[in-house]
Design a protein around this ligand. Sequence first.
Ligand code: PLP
Length: 361
Amino acid sequence: MGVVKRCHAVISLSAFRANLHQARETLAGDAKLMVAIKSEAYGHGGVELARAAVEAGADALAVLDIAQGKILRGVDSSIPLLCWLHSPTSDFAGAAEARLDVGISGVWQLELLREQAPGLATRVHLKIDTGLHRNGALPELWPELVRRAAELEKEGHINVVAIWSHLADTSLEEDRSSLQRFHDAVAIAREGGLTPEMLHIAASAAAAELPETRLDLVRIGIIAYGVSPFDDRSAQELGFQPVMAVHARVLSHSSDGTQATLGMGFGDGLLPPLTSDGWVSHGGVRFGIDSVEADHMVISAHAGSALPALGDSVTLWGDPAGTSPRAEDWASWAGTIGDEVVASVAQHVPRRFIEQIPTAE
Ligand SMILES: Cc1ncc(COP(=O)(O)O)c(C=O)c1O
C-alpha cells in the first residue's frame, strides 16, 4: 500500500492530453486552441497540467491573473499566456517582463500598464462585455477604451493583438446576440485604428454548440478536464475522459459492521451531497453515502454486500471504466457544477500524476 494517505487524487496526464487532441478536432476546428489553466488547472495542478498542455500542442494558455501567469511562464518561455483579472496593485511590470498577454477591460488598466511598463509594446487583448457582466468594458465605455488603446499603441507602449469577450452560455439565443454585440464592438475598434490579429469569444460550451463563435481561437477549460459543461450530456458522450480520480481509504468500521468511515471530508474540499442519492464504489460495488463530515465521510453497504476492508481505497469519482460516480454526479448531488467539484479538492490532498489511464485502486 506504500505510504498510507487518508485520501488522494490521481491525475492522468495522458487523459488530459487526449482530451486536448479531442478538443482540437471537435471544438477548435480551424481556430487556435487556448487551454484554461486557471484555479490550479481547476484543482488538478497548475504547473503539471500547463506542461502537459504545451506537450499536447496547445497554442496558448489562460490563467486568471498576472501572479499565476508569472509562475506558468517557467513552464514554457514562449507560449502566449493570457491573464485578465487585474486590480490597482497588479504587477504590470512583471507581466511585461514575463512577456504575458494581458486582457484589458478598462482605461485605468491601460494607464497602469503604461506607467509600469512604458515602451515595451506589451501584448494586449482588449475585452468587451457582451452581456455576462463579469469583466470587459461596457459598450458605452468601449469607444473611449479603443481610442486610448490606439494612442498607446502608436506610442509603442502596447500592441493590441486581440479583441475578445466571454459568453454567458445561458442559451444559444443569448450567445448569438452576444456574438453580434461582439462583432459590432470589433467594427468600432477597427474604425478606431486598431488592427487585431485575433478575435476570440468561445469557451467549452459555445465551441461545442455554436461553431460560428470559434473565430480565430477557442478558450477551452472544463471540458479539457473531462467534465461536461452541459447538464444533459456527459463529457464521455462528447469524447472526453475524466482526468481526476479521487480515492479515500477505509479508516474504520462501525461496531455493528454496517458502516465504514473513509478518510475524506468537507475539510478536504469534498462537497456534501444534499440528497440521499450519493454513492461511491469499490471493486465495481456501490456503497451509499450516509454523511460527509469535516475530515471523513461515512458509507454503508447495500443489503447483501460486504463493506470494503480496512485500508482499502474507495473511489469517490473519476474511474475511467465508469464503475464509479463522475464529478458531474457529485455536482448534481451538491446542487452545483462539475467545475466546483474538481476545483474544490483541497491543495493538501496529494495529487499523483500518472501517464497512463488510471485504474481502480
Ligand atoms: C475568460 C474565460 N475563458 C475561458 C474559460 C473556460 O471556460 P470553460 O471552463 O467553460 O471552458 C473561462 C472559465 O471560466 C473564463 O473565465
